[in-house]
Design a binder for this molecule. Structure first.
Ligand code: FES
Ligand code: FES
Length: 166
């Protein structure tokens, strides 16, 4: 199949690559750009493990062809920490609040939470649960994921994190 040129900005870096039209964005990120933090779970748009930020929207990258992302700005989990290695507030939150166990869902969950907090910097617990409802976690029962996102929201807003009574 004839390859086509795509241009994108991925984690702040401009890239130009040749891709086959059938290549899914998740395979392009993982196999061509070696950004393997974006995981593949179901490849049928159910699990959210492949979630990335595309033009300021959360997308499941198994549902998008790489050529459809031509010209796009993409952020993956590899683009979340600062250049000096300082963790993003969400990454810190997941670590501090034990928001992961096996970690398979975590990159997609963090990317979804990132967009959620961009759109709603101070979400309620219900808004967090609704916001991540397209991302499945088989391990945690979600409680600590919610706390991790609340921790990050507090840190981003510059207020102390206060754990809600259960
Ligand atoms: S791998 Fe894309 S939604 Fe599951
Ligand atoms: S931590 Fe294992 S799937 Fe979420």
């Amino acid at each position: 199949m004839t390859k086509q040129i795509v241009n994108m900005t991925v984690n702040g870096r401009k890239i130009q690559e040749l891709v086959e039209p059938r290549t899914l964005l998740v395979h392009f990120l993982r196999e061509q750009l070696n950004l393997t933090g974006t995981h593949i779970g179901c490849e049928t748009s159910h699990c959210g493990a492949c979630t990335v930020d595309l033009n300021a929207m959360s997308v499941k990258s198994c549902t998008v062809f790489a050529i459809q992302a031509n010209g796009a700005e993409i952020v993956t989990i590899e683009g979340m920490a600062a250049a000096d290695g300082t963790l993003h507030a969400l990454q810190e939150g997941f670590r501090q609040m034990h928001g992961l166990q096996c970690g398979y869902c975590t990159p997609g969950m963090i990317m979804r939470a990132h967009r959620l907090l961009q759109e709603n910097p101070n979400p309620t617990e219900e808004e967090i649960r609704s916001g991540i409802s397209g991302n499945l976690c088989r391990c945690t029962g979600y409680q600590n994921i919610v706390k991790s996102i609340q921790y990050a929201a507090a840190k981003i807003n510059g207020v102390p994190y206060q754990e809600a009574a259960e």
